[in-house]
Design a protein. Structure first.
Length: 160
């Protein structure tokens, strides 16, 4: 059996987000599509980074719900609830470009699946965009795609 290449296993319909989108838009996109990360593109459609749930969580660590205590069935906040609301509003309004990872690993359609799997393990990443020569996204490969390709390869080996 011939060696599998990125073009053989990549997802061609790639969900992306613009670098100027808000964190709220990114969160909704990830939740609505049940995915954990997306390539970030500029206005020309060229990749500029990757944004993931992890990026949102790291950004979120600066926010803390105000401490409070209960007294006679009332809640008394020890910190300003208004300050928390303002912080939350600001958090949801910042741009994806401020939290994305801009140093991304990528491949071409002709990169071997074995090489892609090695990059994922070495860099501890879950997805690798497949790019054309002009840095536009042709597809994306996730760890799940690698696992599926291994299963297909093993089935083909058994059938030979």
């Amino acid at each position: 059996m011939a060696e599998l290449l990125a073009k053989d296993i990549m997802t061609k319909k790639v969900i992306t987000i613009n670098q100027d989108a808000s964190i709220e838009e990114l969160s909704n996109l990830l939740l609505d599509n049940k995915i954990s990360g997306v390539p970030v593109i500029d206005n020309d459609g060229k990749i500029v980074g990757i944004a993931t749930e992890g990026d949102i969580i790291i950004r979120d660590t600066d926010m803390h719900f105000p401490r409070y205590f209960k007294l006679l069935d009332s809640i008394i906040y020890l910190e300003s609830l208004t300050k928390f609301k303002d912080s939350l509003r600001k958090h949801l309004a910042i741009k994806v470009s401020e939290i994305m990872t801009s140093d991304i690993a990528s491949c071409t359609a002709e990169t071997s699946v074995e090489e892609i799997a090695g990059m994922m393990v070495e860099k501890k990443i879950n997805r690798i965009p497949v790019l054309s020569a002009d840095k536009k996204i042709e597809g994306i490969i996730t760890r799940a795609d690698i696992v599926k390709s291994m299963i297909i390869k093993n089935i083909d080996n058994v059938n030979e």
